[in-house]
Design a protein around this ligand. Sequence first.
Ligand code: BTN
Length: 323
Amino acid sequence: MTVKQQLLALLEDSKGEYISGEDIAGRLSVTRSAVWKAIKSLQSEGYSILAVTNKGYSLSPHTDILSAGAIAKYLDAQGQKLRVEVFKTIPSTNEAVKILATGGEAEGKVILSEEQTAGRGRKGRKFFSPPGTGIYMSILLRPKLSAAESTLLTTSAAAAVALAIERVSGKDTQIKWVNDVFMEGKKVCGILTEASMSLENGSLDYAVLGIGINVAFPADGFPDELTGVATSVYPDSSAQGDLRNRLVAEVLNRFMSYYEHLTDRLFLTEYRQRILSLGGPVLVMKDHIQRKATALDIDNDCRLKVRYEDGDEEYLSSGEVSI
Ligand code: BTN
């Protein structure tokens, strides 16, 4: 760890309290001027660090900058095993993790970024990823699953995100099948799993689980095409404090506990009870044909059971369903 990273970890450990420059220099075994330089550098990155004569330095409790140290504070024992790295800006965290995966990186690497310049969504769409207000995160997994079972990664992640948002914000969430997390009728989170098959045995070689959550309202608002469709966990200015770091950790804690027992479907109850429009009308778009149906149930493989107007029933595993 660099002096700056060690200093940040120290300040985060005693957030809101003052530590003297001398104390910090002693603990990090560096000079006081090296401490001062590192403080200046962190401040220029946007960290709110107060400096008071005779008291020392203190990281404001309202700081909400993503950092591995701040996330680690909220991770449980299992989450602590993950190797979290945070970037300021990156084209796409999914792409970055994919590159690591093909280079042989072990399971458990997590990459986050304050901003993505080429965030990827499903079906070749872009994922709006402005700086400072969202969570853009990708996890490298090497599960023993077949390609067909890989959908469980996405659906269990949706349940993990939904639960994590509820715990941190105290607000309700819903899931639009298959894996979009909604609040108040609008999307707050999208999930994109990119998997690579092993040629030897037909199972997954690796999967990159990418999660994008709109946490605070974007500084310049949502672009026109997302207005009325997307929202944030905190759509007003009520987002305060270490929210994003807490939310990241909560998502990772939840997801890892589901992931450990994925084939037992521990996540299924939470997933099922949040699915929008069960029992209600849906429009199913298949092969460019739209049909009216009723959403009946979610089965153990997270397929959506629908009944069409002519009485035919079908289990859908993917595709476009509108409410
Ligand atoms: C969707 O709703 O279409 C899926 C969006 C997935 C976005 C996340 S943000 C982190 C990760 N990196 C990416 O480029 N995409 C995913």
